[in-house]
Design a protein around this ligand. Structure first.
Ligand SMILES: [Zn+2]
Length: 333
């Protein structure tokens, strides 16, 4: 597998409809691979979780049609690139599962999208798609080896090794399910103590709720931000309460981000990439990541790797999935 055209350059004339099926948000836009940018409005909406896979698919098709309608020459679109927030089949035609939306199991999403837009379509999971986007559009395309870690609602990742997306036998790139504490909380995969169960949007929100319910009074800022309603707590509130030095929230963030740092250190030791890029919504709280993640990472990094591997945060402002999905149409299977 490699980027088409032998020269390692994507074809310069292609316009692609890119679709991003996230656990909490859907997004659609048109990407000009020659200009290397999004050339339509980005149409976004909340994922209609309660409507299951069929409602989500319908909503995404409407988002895609809206992006096409806003583009002057929709007839120039050559293909559709799909990022899916969950594992996909080895042939990347079907969804295996979504942890956030029901009834996705086995859905032939590539055929459904291809039929809906009357265009060829390709798909991959969001970790691989974002890794591809970061590598090519994030200023790293001269590098042969890149590890990408995404920290948002869940934790995902993808690896570019020897200038190719590494898929293993199909499911490689699931750093969210590295076990960091075998006695830890229950994970969405059914096991205990995966990284995602302590350091992800949902895990940090869950721990904030638990702190509130404990009623120890060690999280006054979180109580104020959530109006003392556990169900209202989200990860952004826990970060804010951590900044205000609520003891419970500092402890949650410290534990979550040091576990993330241990995983990244281990990943670097295994893969020896030239760069490790962190992206996803949570990483945009850069002050929190500098203080509680980078400090641990620098301390724990194996001395051999300190000089070899750069650690960077995504500079693509959350567009790595749409850009990567578009580029997927240029990647040979
Ligand atoms: Zn897990």
């Amino acid at each position: 597998m490699g980027i088409r055209a032998g020269s390692s350059e994507p074809r310069t004339d292609d316009l692609v409809l890119a679709l991003d099926f996230g656990g909490t948000k859907l997004a659609a836009a048109i990407v000009d691979l020659g200009q290397e940018k999004i050339v339509s409005p980005v149409v976004r909406q909340q994922t209609p979780v309660s409507e299951g896979a069929s409602g989500t698919l319908k909503a995404m098709i409407a988002c895609g049609q809206q992006a096409l309608a806003a583009f002057e020459q929709p007839e120039r679109i050559k293909a559709v690139g799909i990022s899916f927030g969950g594992p996909v089949s080895n042939d990347r035609k079907r969804v295996l599962l979504s942890n956030h939306v029901s009834n996705w199991d086995g859905v032939p999403l590539v055929d459904e999208i291809s039929q809906a837009f009357q265009l060829p379509a390709v798909m991959d999971n969001d970790g691989n798609v974002a890794a591809l986007g970061e590598w090519w559009f994030g200023g790293h395309r001269l590098m042969d080896n890149l590890a990408y870690i995404q920290i948002s609602t869940g934790v995902g990742g993808g690896f570019i090794l020897n200038r190719q997306l590494y898929r293993g036998s199909g499911l490689a790139g699931e750093p969210g399910h590295y076990i960091v504490d075998v006695n830890g909380p229950l994970c969405s995969c059914g096991r205990h103590g995966c990284l995602e169960s302590v350091c992800s949007g949902w895990a940090i929100a869950r721990q904030g709720r638990e702190a509130l319910l404990k009623g120890s009074g060690s999280c006054p800022t979180l109580i104020r931000l959530s109006q003392n309603k556990p169900e209202a707590v989200n990860a952004a509130m826990v970060f804010e309460a951590c900044r205000a030095l609520d003891p419970d929230c500092v402890a949650i963030v410290q534990s979550a981000l040091s576990n993330l740092a241990f995983m990244v250190v281990n990943l670097i030791t295994c893969l020896d990439p030239q760069v490790a890029v962190l992206g996803g919504g949570l990483t945009r709280s850069r002050d929190i990541f500098e203080k509680y993640f980078m400090s641990v990472l620098v301390e724990q990094m194996h001395p051999f790797f300190k000089e070899r591997c750069r650690i960077e945060f995504s500079a693509l402002n959350g567009n790595e999935l749409l850009l990567g999905a578009a580029l997927l149409t240029q990647v040979q299977a």
